[in-house]
Design a protein around this ligand. Sequence first.
Ligand SMILES: [Fe+2]
Ligand SMILES: [Fe+2]
Length: 187
Amino acid sequence: MKIVITLLSYDHGILRQVLDVVSDMAAEASFDRYRDFLPEMSDFFLTFMDRYHHGKEERFVFPLSAGGTEELKAMMPDLYEDHREAKAFALAIADNIAAWDTEALAKNCIGLAAHMRHHIREEEEEVFPAFEGLLDGDKDLETFEISQTFVKENFGEDFPSRAEDFARRLQDRVWGEGVIKYQSIKN
Ligand SMILES: [Fe+2]
Ligand SMILES: [Fe+2]
């Protein structure tokens, strides 16, 4: 697998981990117990999911579709639209937390989780394999390097490990330390 695609898939793992825990909080209506974690959760969706992960896909990978098949080109508008929808959910979640409307918050968290699970599955199964061939030769390393510069300048080099740390802390807090669930596989 190409470096660029491997790193995006790794982001998907972190996203799914957070979405699984957040789905449980929404289903159990337990936001009150984890209120101190919610600003960080909201920031994770706006920064890690939207600006960082979707930002990397839109800046460095999706434009390569210009050299791809007609089938891949035809898929692109929906993928961009999925990112806009995900951002709208993230903004609504931030508003719900500020207004402390836990009913709307639960609805938007469940909506975002379903939306992103579907989007991630489509990227993993159909979109990323099509980009693999467009990253042949020097293109993969070249794309990786410009993407790393973007990350370093906008988020800091340690941003992915900070996001991973947040996912672990959130999971430990809600599910208990050392608990492993496999919800994502079922969904
Ligand atoms: Fe995406
Ligand atoms: Fe993605």
